[in-house]
Design a protein around this ligand. Structure first.
Ligand SMILES: Nc1nc2c(ncn2[C@@H]2O[C@H](COP(=O)(O)OP(=O)(O)OP(=O)(O)O)[C@@H](O)[C@H]2O)c(=O)[nH]1
Ligand SMILES: [Mg+2]
Length: 392
């Protein structure tokens, strides 16, 4: 339900949007929250606004920590490598480092005591001819809700990644870990479940309000969306809706700043008999329907051979092999997202190739017959071989 804000609150929201620094944003957001009348229609809006506020506060805290001394804790940034960066998250002692050391060549500290990992550690996981970068992180006690100094930095790392592996310690209450993790992640703007709709809002300096609906608006018309944006005094903007969105979803993305990260749950320590029983319980909660879950053991190795393929499918990756006319097929694939076109392939090779594109020949799943001649908007599939013909 749209909030139908009073003019005072709308004006305050404009200030939030125009605030330059996080500190200014925090002040403006606090004022906005206190100006919103509290009733059923504004419940969600306030929830999102408060989340955004706590996220901003963490960011400011983080900056202060960095300024004060600098040496206080390591820098939490890992340069991306390979097809995707996947951050391992989980409670202390859940087995994150053990999993990293089983799946990659990295050599993290593994210990019986909690909080043995103090900084992010990367390693490369190979699946066929694709490499995923896994990043081990210090434990976060999602289940107890206890605060740790590196939480903001660690979840920031996850926000910047392409995906998440949530490691559950199945010898302890897995539901408490899962619930706690989902709550904290959302507070940091991360969704682990794919939302029905994706709404992208880009403010522009002119051109009026443009609403592009690639899916469907379920409970509103394009005019309703325009009205909502005007309520917020946003007059120049591009709104892109993919999937099925409600007017509430649109208001949510305006305020909440949420982003979806493909997430895989590893239910670890499945070699322990108690863990197996708890896993059955977890399955009864239909967890796998929402977030892909694999039972694994970092000790016996059970289930870990499926991680690469599962990530590959979860991330929606396609591999394309390029080829020059009359030459061998390239050994290493280009890594693209599902739905990529021949033009995307050309762009990946070289921007000039895309600019001068004439046509391509294609072999593989997406070709009607081997060597089919296709245009720029032809959608490629995993394993396709593409030969591009350009002018000049
Ligand atoms: N039985 C069993 N024990 C495991 C498994 N995975 C890890 N462990 C043990 O659990 C303890 C913690 O393992 P770590 O890999 O250090 O856990 P972590 O999640 O990296 O811990 P922090 O870095 O402290 O957050 C060690 O004693 C491991 O041997 C598993 O699959 N089964
Ligand atoms: Mg560790």
């Amino acid at each position: 339900m749209p909030a139908n804000l009073p003019p005072e609150a709308r004006a305050k929201w404009l200030k939030v949007m125009d605030a330059k620094t996080p500190e200014e944003k925090i002040r403006a957001l606090e004022e906005f929250i206190s100006s919103v009348p509290k009733h059923k229609g504004t419940e969600n809006l306030l929830l999102w606004a408060r989340r955004r506020l706590s996220q901003l506060r963490e960011e400011v805290e983080e900056k202060k920590r960095k300024r004060g001394g600098g040496g206080k804790g390591p820098r939490f940034f890992i340069e991306k490598e390979g097809a995707a960066q996947i951050v391992l998250l989980g409670v202390p002692n859940s087995g994150k480092s053990s999993i990293l050391s089983k799946l990659t060549k990295a050599k993290p500290i593994i210990a019986e005591y909690p909080y043995s990992t103090r900084e992010p550690i990367p390693g490369m996981l190979e699946y066929q001819d694709v490499k995923f970068q896994l990043v081990d992180t210090p434990g976060i006690p999602f289940d107890t809700g206890e605060r740790v100094g590196w939480m903001g930095r660690t979840l920031g790392l996850a926000r910047n990644a392409d995906g998440i592996i949530l490691v559950l310690d199945m010898t302890r209450d897995p539901l408490a870990q899962l619930r706690g993790a989902i709550k904290e992640l959302e507070a940091h703007g991360i969704l682990v479940r794919k939302p029905k709709a994706e709404v992208k809002i880009v403010r522009t300096s002119r051109g009026g309000i443009n609403v592009v609906v690639l899916g469907r608006l379920v409970d509103a018309s394009v005019d309703d969306v325009k009205k909502l944006l005007r309520e917020y005094r946003i007059h120049h903007v591009i709104v892109k809706v993919v999937g099925e969105a409600s007017i509430d979803d649109i208001e949510h993305s305006l305020i909440g700043n949420l982003t979806y990260k493909p997430t895989l749950i590893l239910a670890n320590k499945i070699d322990v008999p108690r863990a197996r029983r708890l896993y059955e319980l977890l399955k009864r909660n239909d967890i796998d329907k929402y977030v892909k879950t694999l039972p694994v053991s970092a000790i016996t190795g059970e289930g870990l051979d499926k991680v690469g393929e599962t990530l590959f499918n979860l991330l929606g990756i396609v591999r394309v092999y390029t080829k020059q006319p009359n030459a061998e097929v390239a050994e290493n694939p280009l890594i693209l997202r599902r739905g990529a076109t021949v033009l995307d392939v050309a762009e990946h090779v070289h921007s000039r190739l895309a600019e001068n594109f004439r046509y391509a020949k294609i072999w593989g799943k997406s070709a009607k017959y081997p060597g089919e001649r296709v245009g720029a908007d032809h959608v490629v599939e995993d394993g396709d071989i593409v030969e591009i013909y350009a002018r000049g």
